[in-house]
Design a protein around this ligand. Sequence first.
Ligand SMILES: NC(=O)c1ccc[n+]([C@@H]2O[C@H](COP(=O)([O-])OP(=O)(O)OC[C@H]3O[C@@H](n4cnc5c(N)ncnc54)[C@H](OP(=O)(O)O)[C@@H]3O)[C@@H](O)[C@H]2O)c1
Length: 256
Amino acid sequence: MTSLFRGTSIVTGASTGIGFEFADELASRGMNLVVVARNTEKLEQVAQLLRSKHGVLVEVLTADLSDREQIDTVAQRASKDDIDLIINNAGFGLNESFFDNSVEAEQKLLDVLVTAVMRISHAALPGMRNRNRGGIINVSSVAGWMSSGTYSAAKSWVTTFSESMTMQLRDTDVHVMALCPGFTRTEFQDRAGMETETIPDWMWLDAGQLVRDALTDFAGRQPVSVPSIQYKALGLVAQYAPRPIVRLLSVMSRSR
Ligand SMILES: NC(=O)c1ccc[n+]([C@@H]2O[C@H](COP(=O)([O-])OP(=O)(O)OC[C@H]3O[C@@H](n4cnc5c(N)ncnc54)[C@H](OP(=O)(O)O)[C@@H]3O)[C@@H](O)[C@H]2O)c1
C-alpha cells in the first residue's frame, strides 16, 4: 500500500482540519507536499512542522480557490509530472440560508467546491493517465445525498463527478475517489456559524481517523469512501430511502 503514496501530493485546504490531517498522514508515509490555502502564515507553520516531523519537502502555494486566476495557478502546478496525488479538500459551509445569503456568497461556494475541483482535475488527470499512475481524492460530504441548499448540491456534484472519473479511468492505474465525511471535529462548524450542541457524540468523527480510513479505501480503489459504521448506515438510508422522505429530513435539518 505504501508504494501508492510516493512522489508529491497537492493538498488544498491544508492549513487546518481534514486537509492538515491529510498532509500530516501523507508526509508520514514519505510523500513530498504542496500545501494550498489562503493564509500564508498558517501554511508556512504547517510546512515547517511537517518538514521537521517527517523530513519531507513541503512547498507553500497560497491561493484563494474562489478566484479563477488563483485556481489556475494551482491547476498549473497540478499538471506537472511530479504530482502523483491530489487531495481536493478546501471548502467551507454557508452562514445563511439561500434566501438570506448574497448571490456572491453562493457563487463563491460553487467556485471553491466545484470549479476549483473541476479545473484542478482537468489539468492533472491527462498527465496521470499518460504516466499510468497517481490519483485524486475529492473531499465531498454525506450532505451530497441530502436536498439541503447550494452546499449539498455542490457536494452531490463532487461525488458524481468523482464516480464518473473513476469509471473513465477504470482500465488504468489512476484512481479517483470521493470521500464523504459526516460531522468531523474541525474549524468547519465554527466558520459556518453552526450550532453543534444538539449533535450527539456518536455522530462526530475524528479527522485523523477519517483520513487514515480514506487512504485505506483509496488504496483499495473504492470509488466512494464513507468512513465509520454510523455514516455507512446513514448513507444506506439516505441513498435508498424514498426521495420524499430524504427531502423531508433535509428541510428538518438546516437548509443552506
Ligand atoms: N468538518 C466536517 O464536518 C465536514 C463534513 C463533511 C465534509 N467536509 C468537507 O471537508 C473539507 C475540509 O473541511 P474541514 O472540516 O477541514 O474545514 P476547516 O477546518 O474549516 O478547513 C478548511 C480549509 O479550507 C481552506 N479554505 C477555505 N476556503 C478557501 C478558499 N477560498 N481558498 C483556499 N482554501 C480555502 C481553509 O484555509 P484558509 O482559510 O487559510 O484558506 C482550511 O485550510 C471541506 O471540503 C468540507 O466541505 C467537512
